[in-house]
Every structure is written in C-alpha cells, then in structure tokens.
Design a protein around this ligand. Structure first.
Ligand code: SF4
Length: 210
C-alpha cells in the first residue's frame, strides 16, 4: 500500500513509478545505434492492443522512486538518457529532466503525446496512437514522428499525423514487431513512393538486446 505522502510526491514528479532502467543501444528512429541509458516509467492508459510492454500499464505495480536517485544512477552509464514507458507524460517530467540536465545529460523522450508535455527535452520522439491521439500542442515540438504500422490503414493514419508536425520533423514508419514479415514489404513500397518517410526497424530486437 503506497502512502498518501508518497502519492503526492509522485503527483509532483519528485518520485516516479520506475519499471526498469538499463544501458543499451537505442534501436529505433533517428538515434538508432547510439548507446543510451533507458528509464522506463510505469503507467499508461492508451491501451494499444499490440503493446509489447503491457506490464508497464499499471503504475501501482512499479515502485515510486526518488528522481534524484534515478538521475544519479543514469549519469554513471551514459550522457544520453531516453525516458520511455508506459506513457511518461502521465506524470510531471519537469523534476526528472531538471535533475538530468543539472548533470549535463541529454534528455530524450518517447511518447504517444496523449498528455500535455512536461519536462525539458533535447529530443522528442512522438509516436501517436489511434486510441488516444496526441494533444495538439506537441506536434510542432516533435523532432521525429514514429508511426507504428500494424495494418494498411496505418499508412493513412501516418499521413494524417505527418500533416500536423513541423517541417523539420523526421518521419518514420516502423513495423509492429509481431506482423513485421507482412508489413515490411508494404512499408518498403510506401517509402519508395513517398520518400519523405524513412523506415525504422526495432534493431535492438534483431540484436537480441533490451
Ligand atoms: S502508448 Fe505505448 S506503452 Fe501505452 S499501450 Fe501504447 S504501445 Fe503500450
């Protein structure tokens, strides 16, 4: 049972439900191939049926953890920190990114954009989901747009989403892992016909690393 006092600290973003943290290689998107420390925050109610981290959804199963200790630990491993989830914007990311920035670390976020942006980010990867669309304010701030392709309709969704980001946002289509054999040929064709898009693969899964 989490005390009221701890819940208040979580609400303020001074503690966060930490699911896992690990040093690995960023497998996806623009920073693919770059060593980075990942902080996975619990809590997400977006409800993608193909989600590969469903165990992140229930924040109550992940221990509220002091953000200062998260940042201090992260700084031992890398100068590039990727905050992911779950949906990290469920929580106020301000205190965590302040602490990471105070240690001269680069802050990256992977978000569905379903909630208002908080925190100070060097890189925003926006991965919109049909179930719960991004808040309008986040589109112009996205550095990369990463649309997960599970079926053919996702190409239409991808174009709708791309119409809302800024001109310098890098556009990626990434096959959902369980249907990759079916969707990769379609993505390859689509990107050749629409070269403003690039292909992103979950290379960490091919490399068998976290
Ligand atoms: S937004 Fe991300 S964590 Fe949440 S359900 Fe969808 S894929 Fe899973």
């Amino acid at each position: 049972m989490i005390s009221e006092e701890v819940m208040q600290l979580v609400d303020k973003g001074v503690m966060l439900p930490l699911m896992e943290e690990f040093y690995t290689i960023q497998g996806e998107g623009y920073h693919k191939g770059t060593a980075a420390y990942f902080i996975r925050i619990g809590g997400c109610d977006v409800g993608c049926h193909w989600c590969d981290v469903k165990e992140s959804w229930n924040a109550g199963t992940h221990p509220p953890t002091d953000i200062e200790s998260i940042a201090t630990n992260a700084a031992k491993y890398s100068d590039t920190i990727v905050v992911t989830g779950g949906e990290p914007l469920t929580w106020d990311m301000g205190p965590l990114t302040d602490s990471l920035k105070a240690k001269n670390l680069k802050t990256h976020i992977e978000t569905s954009g379903a909630y208002a942006l908080s925190g100070d980010w060097d890189w925003i990867c926006l991965s919109p989901k049909k179930n719960k669309l991004p808040v309008p304010e986040i589109y112009p701030l996205a550095d990369e747009l990463k649309v997960i392709v599970y079926n053919k309709h996702d190409f239409i969704f991808a174009e709708e989403q791309a119409a809302q980001v800024g001109p310098n946002c890098i556009l990626y289509l990434q096959p959902e892992w369980s249907v990759r054999d079916k969707m990769v040929p379609l993505i390859v064709d689509f990107v050749m016909q629409n070269p403003k898009w690039k292909v992103s693969l979950q290379t960490h899964k091919y490399l068998n690393i976290p």
